[in-house]
Design a protein around this ligand. Sequence first.
Ligand code: K80
Length: 449
Amino acid sequence: KIKLKHGSHREGKRTDAIMQKWRGNGLGQFIHWGLYAIPGGEWNGKQYNGAAEWIRSWNEMPKPAYDSLIYKFNPVNFNADQWAAIAKDMGARYVTITTKHHDGFCLWPSKYTSYTVANSPWKKDIMKPLVDAYDKAGIDVILYFSIMDWNHPGWRYDIKTRADSIAFEGFKKFTRNQLIELLTMYPKAKGLWFDGTWDKSWIKQAKFADELEAEMRKLRPGLIIGSRFRADEYGKRHFDSNNVLMGDYEQGWERKLPNTIADVHGNDWDCVMTIPENQWGYNKAWKGHIKTSTELIEMTAKAVSLGGNFVLNFGPKGDGSIRDQEKRLALEIGDWMKVNNEAIYNCGYSGLEKQDWGYSTKKTRIDKIYMVVFNIPVSGAYRVKLPAKTAIAKSYLLADQNQVLKVEEVHTNEYFVYANPASQSKPFVIVLETKKKERSGENNYDKAK
Ligand SMILES: Cc1ccc([C@@H]2N[C@@H](C)[C@@H](O)[C@H]2O)cc1
């Protein structure tokens, strides 16, 4: 083990109630909203090929033209309760909302910069109505914050000269001030989701970031901070120089999912996912493959089966409305969740071997296993291998618990569960209630003693 001053300060999963609630959330909503939603990936009639929230970095987009979008921010169709209702209908149990993306525009009236909603035609705070609406809907709020800030004069990609380091000192103070300001103005927020922390300038701030994380945790006990916030003193990110996870959960799964339990190293984690291939902010033209609700439900089940959460991104339009395709997907996912959320909420890795029919999840400390089926076997037989000394007491469809299913032990601790689902077009869940296996040869007399 390398002696570290600014590495991870905790090994293993957090066991407190706030983190246990986060762990059991299963499904979340991400909101990317800001000035980038106004151009929506297009400028001067030309389409930007990158992600819409990065349009400021496009050569075709003059930086002053982007920066003056603040004078166009007037989302007359913004309705925080409607956004929260969409998340509620989808079955999301937490939401991560951009307070400030890389462009530096603040959705809250920060005292530390003029580049905020307060100086837009809208004038009003956006974060407060959002935090309150989601909180009222019973949905936990996590605040997304980009360290990289293209608008702040003190931002640097690296610290090369004395002038850089003087400028960056000012930037560090500004960053700390904004984070303390956010935690103070929105005390209901359960955590922070950091982004924009990969540049050398920030990676060199191991001591500062470590102390800032400690200050935030002291100000807000139980605050949830992921692995992307800070590097250790050797520049190691996500995992420190002793390969211990930084922060409370792994933030490495952006637009991709782990494949096996080995990939997650026994840590908490979330996967953040876009509906199109790679657009977080609103883009007028969604190109390429748009994920279907069945695909997104499968990703949710896969994430939960590997002990993580699945966080689906929505990119509201510049006027504050939500696009129809996103509303429809939220409802389709929500319809499935209404029937099957017992296999998702407060569930995790079942310990069972992966089978072709789909993913298995398990509630902690309850002898129930959920087989979330995406691939129906021609045989109608669903193979499941149980650990030794475990048997199946009963099996039924989660959607219709009166439909008790036939179970056959085909090899030691290997069973076929027979099911013919009503609809072949939607994923469904088979429940296994398990019990201790009767020791073979045990008789009632022995048990009676
Ligand atoms: C290379 C790259 C940098 C930043 C990102 C940001 N992280 C996502 C969560 C979005 O905020 C995206 O803009 C994505 C890719």
